[in-house]
Design a protein around this ligand. Structure first.
Ligand code: HGY
Ligand code: MN
Ligand code: MN
Length: 413
């Protein structure tokens, strides 16, 4: 008889966790190392201890709940995701994956299943990139470099201040790499964050590959001048280059890179007053492709676009890449285990690519990965209205459990 998760315990945890950083709109705000994020992480370790699991925090502040194996020298199967969030987030992104991982570990423990691998439910640090993006998972995988910390997405000053405040050191974070020979893999449950499963009326998504993405700081430089006395033809107005670039990003991507996406998520005009012609415009831009070579071509095309628009308006421009995540396939054995677990539960399942980035992508260079998706209503995510039915959440947790047991046997032999 296939064991099942304790749905009531999982629901109680889900509701408790959603209270950390809960917003009036029904979402959450748990940006990295915010008070709400720290409270959520402390609560996670408390739940681990309450279940008699080993609670641990590594030098990249990854938080883990561990069920050791009785087999001497047993390797570890990682299960997890992230508790940090974007600024105006929903209750499911990352959080559901961490909670289902914890619940799977407890269900195995409750069933007194003696697995030949240790299970580690893990909450990775800074997946969403308030500071770096997949900071904890890159660190665990030994993929984080000094360059990542020198030019991070959130800016070097914020990173230094936050590490200082949290008592973290760059040396410690760069030393958080896990010995790959101690791992058998990572399984991550996540909401799909897109419309595919809902449109197909399918309950479970078996992720085939995770899209690659690159993030950039783009800075247009003009001249601050009096808005009342400077003739229109005598200006070097940085906002004009920014505006043309934003429209050009959409036009270039849709026309020349139909399988890709690109976004300008923020524009800051400097100095930012009614009566001063903008001296500067600072943009956050990212672009994504399922193919590494295409991602590089898209990066180059958007960089050229920025330089063309700057020239058109007599501006200076700098384009600085502050992160790149490679397109990453999942492991076929993990896909099979997930599919078999879904089938055994009588659930419909289909293969689906991930347009979103995930911690699994960051860990893939050192250990096999698998991802299971549950449907997102309306395909909505990164918004308080993000929603997945509770039945789908429990189905996903049980598939994660079934795949965990299958892989524990298969991978340890
Ligand atoms: O940006 C992403 O794809 C993920 O939500 N960090
Ligand atoms: Mn996210
Ligand atoms: Mn996520």
């Amino acid at each position: 008889m296939q064991i099942r998760v304790d749905a009531d315990r999982l629901r109680a945890d889900f509701d408790a966790l959603a209270s950390f950083g809960g917003t009036p709109e029904g979402g959450i705000r748990r940006t990295t190392f915010s008070a709400a994020h720290l409270d959520a992480r402390a609560w996670f370790l408390d739940r681990a201890r309450a279940a008699g699991l080993e609670a641990s925090v590594d030098s990249a502040a990854n938080h883990s709940a561990i069920l050791p194996s009785r087999v001497p020298g047993a390797k570890t199967l990682l299960l997890g995701s992230h508790l940090d969030s974007v600024r105006e987030a929903g209750r499911y992104d990352g959080a559901l994956g961490v909670l289902c991982a914890l619940e799977v570990v407890r269900a195995v423990q409750d069933a007194k299943l003696a697995l030949p691998v240790a299970l580690e439910a893990i909450d990775f640090t800074d997946e969403e990139g308030t500071l770096v993006g997949t900071l904890g998972s890159w660190a665990l995988a030994g993929q984080l470099t000094a360059e990542h910390l020198d030019a991070p997405r959130g800016g070097r000053d914020l990173l230094v201040a936050e590490f200082e405040r949290m008592g973290l050191t760059e040396r410690g974070i760069l030393a958080a790499g896990r010995d790959p020979t101690t791992l058998v893999g990572l399984l991550e449950l996540h909401i799909e964050q897109g419309p595919v499963l809902e449109r197909a009326s399918v309950e479970i998504g078996i992720v085939t590959a995770i899209s690659g993405s690159s993030s950039f700081h783009v800075q247009f430089e003009g001249e601050a001048r009096h808005a009342g006395t400077t003739p229109m033809d005598a200006r070097r107005d940085a906002s004009l280059g920014a505006a043309a670039f934003v429209l050009g990003v959409r036009e270039t991507t849709t026309r020349l890179f139909p399988g890709c996406v690109a976004t300008v998520g923020d524009i800051a005009i400097e100095p930012g007053s009614f009566n001063v012609v903008p001296r500067g415009a600072r943009l956050l831009m990212e672009c994504r492709s399922p193919d590494a070579a295409e991602l590089s071509t898209l990066e180059a095309a958007l960089g050229d676009l920025a330089r063309r628009e700057a020239a058109a308006f007599g501006l200076g421009v700098t384009v600085e890449r502050v992160g790149r995540w490679e397109p990453t396939p999942t492991d076929p054995r993990f896909r099979t285990a997930l599919f078999d677990a879904a089938t055994a539960l009588g659930l419909s399942a289909m293969e689906v690519p991930s347009g979103a980035g995930h911690d699994a992508q960051a860990v893939a260079p050192i250990t096999p990965i698998g991802m299971v998706f549950v449907p997102s209503v309306g395909g909505v995510s990164h918004d308080p209205s993000e929603y997945t039915s509770w039945e789908d959440c429990v189905n996903g947790a049980n598939v994660l459990l079934g795949a965990t047991v299958r892989l524990a046997q298969a991978l340890s032999s």
